[in-house]
Write a new protein. Structure first.
Length: 222
């Protein structure tokens, strides 16, 4: 009995003194932390990249919208057509193909103009693309266009608002995007990005009729 106890004590001592698996054990304990930190870093880096791409899409859309009709060489002041708008809206969706803007986002293009009769800012027309259900932060082209009960003081940040001058228009591009992460849902609820860009039209444009032409695939109600 005594010998058995001694042998057990010796084995226990040898086990305690054995350090051959210490590094492996320490690595196994700390590995989940390293994986979590690494995945979090990758996630935030990719999130920042997508947010920047959303911003660039908004800038490109507003810039392209401000140039509509710029290459028209006719003597008649050009209007904006449904085909023109479809072209630049499709371009914005194409620009966002890398992060699936069509399925997870919404792009809204509004023409902010000055109403001579009331002296108020209003949305003359508005067009949309993308499957995400979002509305413009400023209004729409119907009852919330700025000439009814709601008013639009300008677009942009509160301390740097942009307004349309008489006889001119401001192209306002808003891009919404629902970001669900590289590993879908792994980091909680999806984050939503919203970026906007504002450009004043570059050349003379016949604003009176709004958007001309028929058809069009960029209706906000569709």
């Amino acid at each position: 009995m005594r010998r058995s106890i001694i042998r057990k004590a010796v084995r226990w001592y040898r086990l305690r003194a054995d350090e051959r698996g210490v590094s492996t054990l320490e690595f196994a304990l700390i590995l989940p932390l390293f994986i979590t930190m690494g995945l979090t870093g990758v996630e935030y880096a990719y999130m920042a990249t997508v947010n920047m791409q959303v911003s660039q899409t908004a800038i490109s859309l507003a810039d392209n919208a401000s140039r509509l009709g710029q290459t028209d060489n006719s003597s008649v002041t050009p209007t904006v057509t449904e085909a023109d708008i479809d072209s630049i809206m499709s371009g914005a969706i194409r620009q966002g193909e890398g992060f699936d803007l069509q399925a997870n986002g919404r792009i809204i293009l509004s023409s902010l103009e000055y109403d001579e009769a009331t002296g108020r800012q209003y949305i003359h027309w508005q067009r949309c693309r993308g499957d995400l259900d979002r509305d413009s932060s400023y209004g729409d082209e119907n009852e919330n266009n700025g000439l009814g009960s709601n008013t639009i003081t300008g677009v942009g940040t509160a301390d740097n608002q942009v307004t349309a001058a008489e006889g001119s228009a401001v192209m306002v591009a808003e891009v919404f995007y629902e970001y669900d992460g590289i590993i879908n849902g792994a980091f909680g609820e999806p984050a939503e990005f919203r970026q906007e860009a504002v450009f004043t039209i570059r050349d003379d444009r016949n604003l009176t009729p709004g958007v001309t032409g028929t058809g069009g695939e960029s209706s906000c109600s569709g």
